[in-house]
Ligand binder design. Structure first.
Ligand code: GDP
Length: 517
């Protein structure tokens, strides 16, 4: 059905569209200040009331041309969208405080932009400060492949002060220049397609979403599908909170008339027919439910490995985190030099410190694996990695990391080896115990059910109904570490109570992670 709706493309009448810009950089380097400064000087121009409404994006006008800024600065938001398949940003503005210089999140931002293949313009901010040293910044940036035009390179760098509002016009002109090079185009004559950049439930107004129109023109009364919802546009508000009848490509609008709150990154698609819209939404909801049931992950590395094996994928991206810079650099250099004829290995980010959520998002969006050397994932990052199906491998010996990757590349490290069943138990009887929840009186039919399991899954009629963690494991009244084949025990699963007699509970471990942590 979706294919039918997407068809009918071609026969396009492409016209230039404004660039969409995201601001990134280290904390406190002035991302928010710069966004505000540009908005104040440009949006408020000629408008008595100034800015009344705040939505997730705004558009400014420069010499009669428009530029749209996404109002969620930072590479995490950027990459989170990208990991959902949404490409909304055309140009990244990298803010570097000229007094502070290149910092860890500056480097992260550079690598996130590079991994996405989005061109980058440097705004050297806080140039008003006496300690500002733009040449030092240029020098530091050149180490990351960003060579200033002033030094014969091709990276545009503009000195600005968000505080004193200087250099902003030059920055905007450079954005327009870059966007001309990119030849950004869209067809305003067709039905709109866009991406949700922000959505929330508002008292009195119901669900509202800021949608960035990417192609076509969105109009009041249009029928749409977004995520698992369908509906009709009741009203459109522009970035100043003013009602508008339509929005053309690269223009953000607030959409009213949604039956629910979609997620940032969801595609917003206009379709001709209300019934078709409803069917697509239902179909998606159905798919989502069955995916949830099967415990599927969003990004499948297994898939990538399979494609590498069959020869249709040619590149493995890697994120490296290590305890000290020396190690991360040595590892990155060694990994890229590995003799793997069939596949190119590319280190898309290497840095110092624990594995963070931002690293996991980057890996998910780029289908990369993460290698930690003498570091561990932060707890939130570990959860996210599990949820997103990102492969995290931890090492303490460089040689081991290298031989592992080499082996993986030669097809020896079959990803199915990663996970190993520890044992299975059959549920015989179910008890509901106050406070403790549902406990499954079970009989271990093979292997062992162990507290050391990374996870358990509940299988009903050969279908995985739930995957989660072991809650409690008891023999009679005692908590035990493991129960072997042929014994009875009581098992509970964290956050899951829908257990029935006849179900099978399987405990499993993930060798690479469990072995190294
Ligand atoms: P963000 O964390 O990157 O969003 O940074 P903010 O925009 O919150 O700015 C951090 C601090 O730097 C704030 O105290 C700002 O007032 C200050 N700041 C931002 N831009 C400038 C600037 O151009 N000059 C000076 N002197 N201070 C600035």
């Amino acid at each position: 059905l979706e294919a039918v709706v997407q068809a009918g493309e071609g026969d396009e009448r492409l016209e230039p569209r404004p660039p969409v810009v995201t601001i990134m950089g280290h904390v406190d380097h002035g991302k928010t200040s710069l966004l505000d400064a540009i908005r104040q000087t440009k949006v408020a121009e000629g408008e008595a009331g100034g800015i009344t409404q705040h939505i997730g994006a705004y558009t400014v006008s420069v010499h009669g041309k428009q530029v749209t800024f996404l109002d969620t600065p930072g590479h995490e938001a950027f990459t989170a969208m990208r990991s959902r398949g949404a490409k909304v940003t055309d140009i990244v503005i990298l803010v570097v405080a000229a007094d502070d210089g290149v910092m860890p999140q500056t480097i992260e931002a550079i690598n996130h932009a590079k991994a996405a293949g989005v061109p980058l313009i440097v705004a050297m901010n806080k140039i008003d400060k006496p300690e500002a040293n733009p040449d030092r910044v240029r020098n530091a940036l050149s180490e990351y492949g960003l060579i200033s035009e002033a030094w014969g390179g091709d990276t545009i760098m503009v000195e600005v002060s968000a505080k004193q509002k200087t250099g902003l016009d030059t920055l905007l002109e450079m954005i327009l220049l870059q966007s001309e090079v990119l030849e950004l185009k869209a067809d305003p004559h067709r039905q709109a397609k866009g991406t949700v950049v922000e959505a929330k439930l508002e008292r009195g107004r119901g669900p509202v979403a800021t949608v960035l129109v990417q192609n076509g023109t969105l109009k009041v009364g249009d029928v749409f599908v977004v995520g698992t919802f369908s509906g009709r546009v009741r009203a459109l508000l522009n970035d100043r909170g003013v009602k508008t009848q339509q929005a053309t490509p690269s223009i953000p609008v607030e959409v009213i008339g949604l039956p629910g709150v979609p997620s940032a990154g969801d595609v917003f698609q206009v379709v001709s027919d209300e019934r078709v819209a409803r069917e697509i939404a239902d179909e998606r909801a159905q798919k989502q439910r069955s995916a949830d049931l099967a415990g599927q992950t969003k990004v499948s590395l297994d898939d990538l490995f399979a494609r590498i094996k069959e020869g249709s994928a040619k590149e493995l991206a890697i994120v490296i985190k290590a305890d000290v810079q020396g190690s991360s650099e040595a590892l990155a250099a060694a990994v890229e030099k590995l003799p793997t004829p069939a596949v190119r290995i590319r280190v898309i980010h290497n840095g110092v410190g624990g594995i963070t959520e931002s690293d996991v998002l980057l890996a998910a969006a780029s289908r990369a694996i993460i290698i930690g050397f003498n570091v561990r994932p932060e707890p939130k990052a570990a959860n996210l990695a599990e949820q997103q199906g990102v492969d995290v491998r931890l090492y303490t010996i460089i040689y081991e990391a290298l031989s592992d990757i080499k082996a993986a590349m030669e097809g020896l490290l079959d990803p199915t080896l990663k996970e190993r069943s520890l044992g299975r138990a059959e549920v015989r009887q179910v008890f509901t115990i106050p406070k403790a929840g549902v406990v499954a009186g079970s009989y271990v039919v093979d292997g062992t059910i162990s507290r050391a399991a990374v996870g358990v899954r509940l299988i009903r009629d050969n279908v995985v109904v739930f995957e989660g963690r072991l809650g409690s494991l008891r023999r009679f009244k005692d908590d035990v570490r493991e129960v072997q084949q042929g014994y009875e025990c009581g098992i509970s699963i964290e956050n899951f109570n829908d257990i029935k007699a006849g179900d099978v509970i399987e405990a499993y471990t993930i060798d690479k992670i469990a072995g190294k942590l």
